[in-house]
Design a protein around this ligand. Sequence first.
Ligand code: WTA
Length: 636
Amino acid sequence: MIKINNFQEYEAAFSFAQEQPEAFWGEVAKDFVWLKPWDQVLNWDFENPTIEWYKGAQTNITVNCLDRHLPQRAHQTAVIWEPNSPNDEAVSLTYAELHSRVSKVGNALRKMGVQKGDRVCVYMPMIPELLIAVLACARIGAVHSVVFAGFSASSLSDRIIDADAKVVLTSDGAMRGNKTIAIKEIVDEALLKCPSVTNVLCFKYLGMPIHWVEGRDLDWSLEELMASDNCPPEVMEATDMLFILYTSGSTGKPKGVVHSTAGYMVYSEFTFRNMFQYQEGEVFWCTADLGWITGHTYLTYGPLLAGATTVVFEGIPTWPGPDRFWQVIERHSVNILYTAPTAIRSLMSFGHEYPERYPMESLRVLGSVGEPINEEAWHWYHEHVGKSRCALIDSWWQTETGGAMITPLAGITPEKPSYAGLPMPGVQLLLVDSEGNEIHGNNVEGNLCIKFPTPGMLQTTYGDHERCRQTYFSTYKNLYFTGDGARRDEDGYYRILGRVDDVINVSGHRMGTAEVENAINEHHTVIESAVVGYPHEVKGQGIYAFVITEHAVHDQDQARKEIIDVVSKLIGPIARPDKIQFVRGLPKTRSGKIMRRILRKIAEGDATSLGDITTLTDPTVVKDIIQGALVAVNTA
Ligand code: WTA
């Protein structure tokens, strides 16, 4: 393990990793438990993408998360669960208890016939059993595919079908603020389309009435109770699949990003320890749901690999009041908080008197992730939450990179508000222009690419390697293209400018414009639609939909409501458009391509600099759209 303790060490590690990447990553990987050492640290090729780390080695990530800690930390708290309601008791699990429960559920899965390499879909709320589910899969070598429990039945079935999952792990219901969500009902609906699923293991968490399919559905608690807690870990090759996580891109349906066992494991722990400067015994709280990559790497694997105490929070930041986060920090003496700018901005809108009421003396490090953090939010977070004494790290990374790529190391590399800063050691970045020419020097902007693999990098996209090549490795020769634009300032610090492709980032969640358009087009009177992002005060970006309907819409409010319902049903409430504007036509080139650049400008409220529109088939639609935009109705 390489732990960087000061700026000189950062510089030394950076140069070492740049000059001898294999020696560097070999050194980082040394302290894990390997059942067999590797033959080769790295085998790679970005042309026909192949990224194989620690080839020949064997391990099991749960041995590194759990078993190896037992001699020193059997009785240390591994997980603190803070339930949705502050009136309910928090629950703690020690490393020994977590090990035992993971083993039992692992055995229950084996009893159901789940074998190494089988895909298991996990659709659950943020309760301890969600972490247990994921680790139990990893224990027996099953590939977990966690689906965020806010996605609709239709999104869930798409993901189950794509991964050809055999088993689904779920709960009867979920609590979110003052709402109860019937999770099992969503699973039942999704499974109508998924014949590959042989069993559903359901955790009866709320005791709500549920439909039960005899023979298919199994009671989690009973199965766990009956199972032995001796669950030998499956021997995993370093390059064996650990998990699939679906994420949105520019085109088509979300794709299953595949992460391998060893590379992901090494990168999770390395980045966790170094970016947060984690100190033995600290309580770490990542507010992300396990349905996203941040929840995989920094709620679950990173902290458990490092032997930390990780907080799992079921609720939302604003319920029952906008001081819930600060209460949780006080209640569990949280030392490190990792959250998203949207949460900060939303809490900011209630005023700083809420965080001011809480001294939060335990806090040492604050982190931000998932979307650009604006300067105002950065300062508010720093001053009112961190009381101007905590390190604040803004970390940039992606589902595909598995762990943080550009980030300050807390208290070590200098912080600049709204800048992710310097790359992690081992991360070789470059900026290119639209032709793929490298842009050298500082004080420049361009498309952000990566020229050398890091251990957390994706292996493939599930079931479609060509799609992986095309999406990430074909835009620029021999480079991985992130999809983001970035600025490198006079000191070489990076500021992420946002996506340059057709992905929008709503509250830190990735959304493909095509995906939302396809859902909108399912509405019976919609002929065509075009979706773009626009600046949104709280969510970072909002979803703006331009919609053409078959006939003129008489009751626009009703039509908007119906469209929103269709989107919620097909994708989930997170994809609901914030604005819907009915238009008679869309700005299209003669070859039929929608000029989104124009729509983006209009959605941003900047119709003065649309550029050349004479190449459009019908330039007059633009004028109509601009006029309509002035009165476009917010759907919220
Ligand atoms: C964006 C989340 C600015 C970026 C970990 C990236 C950010 C996408 C930051 C990946 C940040 C993530 N500053 N933008 N600190 N972190 N992004 O896959 O556009 O859900 O490409 O991974 O989020 O989102 P994903």
